[in-house]
Design a protein around this ligand. Sequence first.
Ligand SMILES: NC(=O)C1=CN([C@@H]2O[C@H](COP(=O)(O)OP(=O)(O)OC[C@H]3O[C@@H](n4cnc5c(N)ncnc54)[C@H](O)[C@@H]3O)[C@@H](O)[C@H]2O)[C@H](O)CC1
Ligand SMILES: [K+]
Length: 455
Amino acid sequence: MKPIVTAAEMRAAEAAVIGGGTSVETLMERAGEAIAEAAWRYAGTAPALILCGPGNNGGDGYVAGRLLRERGVPVRIAASAEPRTDAARAARVAWDGPVEPLADARPAPLLIDALFGTGLTRPLDPSLGDALDRLAGAARYRIAVDLPSGVGTDDGILLGPVPRFDLTIALGALKPAHRLQPSAALCGRVAVADIGVPVTARLGEVARPRLPPPGPADNKYSRGMVAVIGGEMPGAAILAATAAQRAGAGYVALFGGGPGAPAALVRKDIGDQAALSDPRLCAIVIGPGLGRTEEARAALDRALGTGKPLLLDADALSLLAGRPLPRFVAPTLMTPHEGEFLRLFGRIEGSKVERARLAAARAGAVVLLKGADSVIAAPDGRAAIAPPAPSWLASAGTGDVLAGIAGAMLARGLDAFDAGCAALWLHGRAAEMAGPALIADDLAQHLAPALAACG
Ligand SMILES: NC(=O)C1=CN([C@@H]2O[C@H](COP(=O)(O)OP(=O)(O)OC[C@H]3O[C@@H](n4cnc5c(N)ncnc54)[C@H](O)[C@@H]3O)[C@@H](O)[C@H]2O)[C@H](O)CC1
Ligand SMILES: [K+]
């Protein structure tokens, strides 16, 4: 997993490297080099305007300005305040051009924002925000140094209006703001620059899973047998069941639900307790299309009573809301969207990562909080954010498909956290391949190549 570090973790990592004998100036030089290189590749010799703030983010900007000018790029620098750190002051001195006041700066085709990075502690002064917005709006290329100025590093919230960038150079490591909304959408493409600062993080970006194909000793049961419990809306359960099949489960049984499904899907009566207790059954998916009737509640209680690994989604989550959560005896993965999360756990303060972590600890289950920036957290504190996925996934039924894929991952023996991560990755990759205006039904056919990439 690519590490995703908070501002405090980044500072600690930086301090450790500095303690080991590398100066801040050296780190700043590396940061400036990375920015100059990216700007050169992206915008060539387009005249640049670099906006520098008072901290080390501004210092990176002065270094980048000097290096871009050495490459023959016409560079102007405008500052919001005098440098306040020794390293930024030194970088300012090494820039042998003028520094304009930000308020009067004229735009340039390339805008590099080095106003604030991980040190931003409060909203930008409105006049500063307006100047950034005006200059970014007039530029053809917009690059943010470390982070777009005005976003909360750890939670991705906007501390004021923030313009949209084409490219963000994340220094040393990804930060939550590069992946959490609303800030992630404003970063544009995010490139991580290695500045020689090793980081340790409690959070990562969901990576491509290792999912080897079945071996000669495998059979349909050893590959994973999944039960999907249907209900009022059969389409949703069929989407989940088909996704479980296409995600590599060897045997998928749909309990209840209406007609229409692949012939390879085994059909069972919704109340078939014996089949649900089959010792070969490895995981149960319940929630998509379940409904909230008494029958649905009974089906949920039966599933909970089996002690099998569970994937709880949609109506199953709504049925669990408002009563004390059961003690889960087997690996359990819950996949709420924001509305279901609120119903289940109430209002929790903090970033999306912190909320998912707290909910997972409280539930004693892995919580995958869905959205444009899906976050997954385990009760033991492991957490990850999904890589950016196509916005076309905002479409009815795609959550049911995710549930089915996750069911197949649980059934093949992954723990609930790894199952959720693998499902997120496969789901995102299938959506990329399905392309624009996808419908949930399209995802299943693209799971085969997604899975093949994990072998
Ligand atoms: N991580 C690394 O290893 C390296 C990172 N570098 C860059 O340094 C910044 C972080 O630098 P820091 O000095 O801590 O913070 P900032 O530059 O983001 O700004 C701090 C500065 O700004 C003042 N301030 C905070 N909020 C506001 C506000 N709303 N309005 C006005 N002023 C504000 C605050 O008081 C400080 O004076 C990181 O992002 C990287 O870009 C280094 O280059 C070295 C390696
Ligand atoms: K910045």
